[in-house]
Design a protein around this ligand. Structure first.
Ligand code: HEC
Ligand code: HEC
Length: 240
């Protein structure tokens, strides 16, 4: 009898759990929040409310039934809301877009899923770059290997371009003076961060040249020797 009650209770739990998952739509809002921070925050702000007066930054997102189509295909004739879906040449899969919708839905519900926490110890320029630029230009300005997501050239005046944007392109003007969201101090921090990319990449130190590397090498040699001895002991014929 007790067993049967337990089984019934377990079944009820499973059904309830399933209902909770279904009620939340089929997207993962936490993954959606991470995608939003990377790709959308630059123009639409932390909760989709817009963040500047320039056209690129002034559209608030309403979560509605058309969300997936708009994000995948972009808004016809809009230079800034271009197609983000992979089937239209963008970087996001259909599942990513469902996750984004699940995230946007949490604004509507009044309990917004939190955006991923930025590393406070990081250089402020790096943090500003991550939320404003990396979605289109990739990490360290390397681009995202897709048409429309270009790398940032080494000898470009990043401050000047970021301030005013590039006319007739998807590169919006970020300076407050041009209706964008960033102060001169923010822009200078980003430009200073971009200058750190020009330094030659740190040399890869050969394993044995660093003290830890040498320790690791000795450990590996030791482990190898033990394995050889063990193997020998296992396979060796008993002498009689
Ligand atoms: C370069 C700036 C920019 C980026 C980045 C951007 N958008 Fe947009 N978005 C816009 C603009 C501008 C519009 C309004 C389109 C128009 O009328 O020109 C818009 C419109 C929209 C709309 C329709 C507005 C409505 O009525 O609800 C949705 C939804 C949307 N964006 C979602 C996203 C999502 C999700 C991302 C990230 C994957 C994203 N956007 C990235 C600029 C941007
Ligand atoms: C919505 C996508 C998008 C965002 C966000 C974005 N850019 Fe751009 N950016 C572009 C595109 C597209 C181009 C190329 C425009 C063209 O030349 O037609 C570009 C060009 C540039 C260039 C010139 C690159 C070169 O080598 O000539 C610089 C510098 C630049 N962006 C800096 C930034 C910085 C800094 C940020 C953040 C504050 C930023 N961009 C945010 C799309 C974007």
């Amino acid at each position: 009898m007790a067993k049967r009650a337990l089984i019934v209770a377990l079944l009820a739990l499973v059904v309830l759990g399933g209902a909770v998952v279904l009620a939340h739509g089929d997207g993962d809002p936490a993954h959606g929040a991470a995608l939003y921070a990377e790709n959308c925050l630059a123009c639409h702000g932390p909760t989709g409310e817009s963040r500047g007066t320039h056209k690129a930054f002034s559209t608030a997102i309403r979560y509605d039934t058309n969300f997936e189509a708009v994000v995948a295909q972009g808004v016809a004739g809009s230079r800034y809301m271009f197609a983000w879906g992979q089937e239209y040449g963008g970087p996001l899969s259909a599942e990513d877009i469902l996750d984004l919708r699940a995230y946007a839905q949490t604004w509507q519900e009044g309990t917004p899923e939190l955006l991923p926490v930025q590393d406070d110890s990081a250089d402020p320029g790096a943090r500003l770059y991550a939320t404003n630029c990396a979605g289109c230009h990739g990490s360290q300005g390397a681009g995202r290997s897709l048409p429309g997501f270009p790398p940032i050239g080494k000898y470009v005046d990043v401050l000047a371009v970021a301030r005013r944007g590039i006319p007739d392109s998807a590169m919006p003007p970020f300076a407050e003076a041009y209706g964008g969201p960033l102060s001169e101090a923010d822009l200078s921090a980003i430009a200073a961060y971009a200058r750190t990319w020009e330094q030659p990449a740190p040399m890869v130190v050969a394993a044995a040249n660093s003290p830890q590397g040498a320790g690791m090498l000795i450990l590996l040699i030791g482990l190898g020797a033990i394995a050889v001895v063990a193997l020998w002991a296992l396979t060796a014929q008993p002498i009689d």
